[in-house]
Design a protein around this ligand. Structure first.
Ligand code: SF4
Length: 66
């Protein structure tokens, strides 16, 4: 297993929604959070870099709101 997203431990989406059925179904954790490389495409990460603040917790890595 390679490196994961460096924001994992402070990401409100990961912390609060990793067990959500839609999140599991979409495979978002696997497809973004568990890979440092893939996490660079995460909309949450982009917003955090651009604004310095995390987006609302219920925003998925694709930018979609749960
Ligand atoms: S949702 Fe995005 S910022 Fe949060 S842990 Fe996953 S990849 Fe990182």
């Amino acid at each position: 297993m390679g490196e994961k997203c460096e924001l994992l431990e402070k990401c409100g989406f990961f912390l609060n929604f990793q067990g959500n059925s839609e999140v599991v179904k979409q495979g978002w954790i696997r497809n973004f959070c568990e890979s440092k490389e893939k996490s660079e495409k995460c909309e949450r990460k982009k917003i955090r870099k651009e604004t310095g603040k995390p987006p609302t917790d219920n925003m998925a890595p694709t930018g979609r709101l749960l």
